[in-house]
Design a protein around this ligand. Structure first.
Ligand code: TTP
Ligand code: MG
Length: 397
């Protein structure tokens, strides 16, 4: 099932908070930053002021030259913090999966939460309505199947906008946009791309990956995925580990089942080791496969009992892999494992039972040895024959 991700950003945040407190300032060119007689920069400009070319970060003195009739006021951070806290609280009423970014923006994963509203669009309208009613602020909402698309959509529809990119429409939406609309493309990257005659996101998306790597290095691989509308990052509350994942991109696409299984085994060992180091167990196991044509699938299963033993997690992941390979026979370029539904394993595992605790104890003992002597100190039966099968990228599935 496609995810439904919102990116929500308040319009001209600092200015709008001031205008909500003093409605007489609404609809006028206004700048929060400070006294233009003093040194300082524009923190927030009303859209009426932006019409005169004023932007955040611009020197106040320059802003005054461009628009002498604008109202300049100093920032009141406690007011913005208070408004921000209420804004995040409202968002939290619509979905528990919220990732705040700074004071006035957040990602919200509303997958499954849109049903009572009839559609994602109706849910977004309900959010905008509450934010306006309770805070007197307008928000712009981008809706997409992943973060990058939602973020670009909300930027494009400002102010007071709502832009929904339907599943499957990502590439058509991104293709014509200037490449600097892609978060992460700064002046330097833009220049490098220009030298390759690339000015749109679509042109970047169709550039061969080898060329991207050569010219932009490893960060270019992520940008290239984003340009194709591929962004598997989860909406994740800061500081909270909701899932642990590992993935591996092969140097050559493969159909070799044994090779895939062996790599899956290594990835499972890695995520389980991390899980055990956090004293946690997982309820859900997911695998991800990206095919040579970049189609990406994920398959997930929920366990009856949370586990953290390599064998338990690998067995489930292997079943998912077999199912996926039976359904689809295309060369694979990337394989990944994600474990989620993490629970703290608060009780010590029993020392002398011969039941469920045994594999975990063995794994923990192996973890200790590996920590002390390195990852190759001990190998279990499913060890892989080729150690240099690809490059790992630590990302969320
Ligand atoms: P933004 O969301 O980037 O800007 P904005 O809300 O003023 O305008 P819009 O989203 O409609 O384009 O930043 C949120 C607040 O963060 C902004 O109101 C003021 C503060 N800020 C600064 O203090 N300095 C800056 O350079 C920027 C960009 C923002
Ligand atoms: Mg904003």
């Amino acid at each position: 099932m496609a995810r439904c991700i919102f990116h929500i950003d308040l319009d001209a945040f600092f200015v709008s908070v001031e205008q909500a407190l003093d409605p007489g300032l609404k609809g006028k060119p206004m700048i929060v930053g400070g006294d233009p007689e003093r040194r300082g920069v524009v923190a927030s400009a009303s859209y009426e002021a932006r019409y005169f070319g004023i932007q955040a970060g611009m020197a106040l003195s320059r802003a005054r030259c461009l628009c002498p009739q604008a109202t300049f006021i100093r920032a009141h951070f406690s007011r913005y913090k208070e408004a921000s806290a209420k804004f995040m609280e409202i968002l939290g009423d619509f979905s528990p999966h919220i990732e705040p970014l700074g004071l006035d923006e957040a990602y919200l994963d509303v997958t499954g939460y849109e049903e009572p509203y009839g559609s994602p669009r109706q849910l977004a309208l309900a959010i905008k309505g509450r934010v306006f009613k309770e805070l007197g602020l307008t928000a712009s909402v981008g809706i997409g199947t992943c973060k990058i698309v939602a973020k670009i959509a909300s930027d494009l529809c400002k102010p007071d906008g709502l832009l929904e990119i339907a599943p499957g429409e990502e590439q058509a939406f991104l293709n014509p946009l200037p490449v600097d609309k892609l978060p992460g493309v700064g002046k330097k990257t833009e220049q490098t791309l220009k030298e390759l005659d690339i000015t749109t996101i679509g042109e970047l998306a169709s550039l061969p990956l080898d060329m991207v790597k050569k010219r932009l290095g490893t960060p270019g691989i992520v940008l290239h995925s984003y340009a194709r509308g591929i962004d598997d990052r989860e909406v994740q509350a800061p500081g909270e580990t909701k899932s642990i994942s590992q993935e591996l991109t092969f140097t050559r696409d493969t159909l070799d089942r044994n090779f895939l299984e062996a790599n899956l085994h290594i990835l499972c060992q890695e995520v389980c080791q991390e899980l055990r180091s956090q004293n946690k167990s997982a309820k859900c196991v997911a695998i991800k496969l990206r095919y040579a044509d970049f189609e990406t699938i994920t398959r997930q299963v929920t366990l009856n009992n949370a586990g953290n033993a390599n064998r338990v997690i690998f067995t489930e992941a292997l079943k998912l892999l077999h199912k996926a390979l039976t359904q689809q026979r295309k060369p694979v370029r990337l394989i990944g494992v994600r474990i989620s539904g993490l629970l703290v394993t608060d009780k010590q595992l029993p020392m002398f039972d011969s039941g469920t605790g045994k594999p975990e104890r063995l794994d923990k003992a192996i973890d200790k040895i590996r920590k002390k002597y390195g990852p190759v100190a001990i190998k279990t039966g499913n060890g892989i024959s080729s150690e240099s099968s690809g490059e790992t990228l630590n990302t969320n599935l």
